[in-house]
Design a protein around this ligand. Structure first.
Ligand code: ADP
Length: 197
């Protein structure tokens, strides 16, 4: 089986930015979050299940009302777990199929939630991207045009950064003044060395 690196980190830490650099190095990236969005927009059975679970039509305009979904699940932990238990297995089965089709030295699974979602068993090593909370908040407010409170809702639903770091094999600190390209290249090189053995 192809070697799989998991890339995780809190919202706004810079996971996607780091993954873009791996992509330039020729490493295919599967984004669990992007795939989740696609599945929630297109999988008929899931759409029915979600509407049933939430108890209202989340697709009134024809497209998933993400704000409505977010306002339900980020205020109700049980609902968040239930939605995840519908969506996650579909993402992982797509990911497993995708892995089989890749021809590269290794692949990346990029996921905001890697720990606790059963995703750890789908990767061989884990890289966590970190950044100071204040920087993360400002980045996401700018990127998603969200208020500080909306960003904090998401931050609070994620595992604390130090907990992720403890369970990781590699760490990249993506603070404003740090050069991350050399760090990515170092990790890339050490994985290639490890795979040669
Ligand atoms: P994540 O995928 O972890 O949510 P992103 O990679 O999308 O984070 O980064 C969040 C936002 O911050 C993006 O708009 C990105 O361009 C920007 N960003 C990422 N790294 C830095 C950095 N070191 N300095 C400034 N802005 C950054």
């Amino acid at each position: 089986m192809i070697f799989r690196l998991g890339v995780t980190g809190g919202i706004g830490s810079g996971k996607s930015t780091v993954c873009k650099i791996f992509d330039v190095l020729g490493i295919p990236v599967f984004s669990a979050d992007d795939e989740g969005r696609i599945i929630m927009d297109t999988n008929r059975e899931l759409i029915n299940d979600l509407n049933k679970l939430i108890g209202e039509n989340l697709y009134a305009s024809g497209k998933l009302d993400r704000n409505k979904l977010a306002s339900v699940i980020f205020n109700d932990n049980l609902m968040l777990k239930r939605v995840n238990s519908l969506v996650h297995p579909l993402i992982f089965s797509r990911y497993q199929e995708w892995c089989k089709q890749q021809d590269a030295d290794y692949v990346i699974l990029e996921a905001a939630i890697l720990f606790g979602a059963g995703a750890e068993k789908h990767v061989d090593k884990i890289l966590t991207v970190t950044a100071p909370l204040e920087e993360r908040i400002n980045r996401v407010m700018e990127r998603n045009l969200m208020s500080r409170e909306q960003v904090m809702e998401r931050v609070k639903n994620q595992m604390p950064e130090d907990e992720m770091v403890k369970r990781s094999d590699f760490i990249i600190n993506n603070s404003e003044n740090v050069m991350i390209i050399p760090e990515v290249i170092n990790i890339h090189t050490s994985i290639l060395e490890y795979l040669k053995k």
